[in-house]
Design a protein around this ligand. Structure first.
Ligand code: GDP
Length: 179
């Protein structure tokens, strides 16, 4: 089955988003503690595709060696996983573009891995601030990219953006089937 990987910095709201998308309350554990999602988790959605929960990156408090192991684990997944269709890179709506995210996005591009951006925690900002942040983020990406990736604005607490993300994935899956 086709796989869609969800990844982002620790605390970006990945577990909450996965719970919103899967409509499960307890499978992806939300926690402020870094390193909780240690391994790859697969969630079967609509008997149709797998949502893949990858470990968060960018922990401040792990050793260099742990960071390296983590990094290799993640990059190996992206490089060798045949079922992978696209990645969703989660970024916090409130923050300006972070170096580690931009580097990761760059790496995905260099390795020709399709991706989309998911802005998380949209409810934490006023509409105009949200809009400005998203615009600034895309502007930053357009400095290095000739065409911008798709993006989604989500809030797990307000159940925002769920349908859009699911529709996007469905559309790709339907195209895969007719190919
Ligand atoms: P993860 O480390 O990326 O899996 O992040 P979590 O899903 O555990 O979320 C980290 C923190 O952000 C938790 O305290 C969540 O309750 C909070 N959070 C996550 N998503 C949202 C959201 O959409 N809105 C708000 N207000 N808080 C959120």
């Amino acid at each position: 089955l086709p796989e869609y990987a969800f990844i982002g910095r620790s605390n970006v709201g990945k577990s909450s988003l996965i719970n919103m998308i899967t409509k499960r309350k307890s499978l992806a554990k939300t926690s402020g503690r870094p390193g909780k999602t240690q391994l790859i988790n697969h969630f079967l959605i609509n008997d149709d595709w797998h949502l893949v929960d990858l470990p968060g990156y960018g922990y401040a408090r792990v050793s260099k060696k742990e960071k390296k192991t983590f990094q290799k684990f993640i990059t190996d997944y992206f490089k060798f996983r045949k079922q992978l269709v696209a990645a969703f890179v989660l970024v916090d709506s409130r923050h300006e573009p972070q170096k580690i995210d931009l580097e990761f996005i760059q790496w995905l591009g260099e390795n020709m891995i399709p991706f989309a951006i998911i802005f998380t925690k949209a409810d934490k900002l006023k509409p105009n601030a949200l809009e400005r942040n998203v615009e600034d983020y895309l502007k930053k990406l357009s400095e290095t990219w000739s065409s911008l990736p798709p993006h989604f604005i989500t809030s797990s607490s307000k159940e925002l953006g769920r349908d859009e993300v699911l529709q996007y994935i469905d559309d790709i899956n339907n195209n895969l089937e007719t190919e």
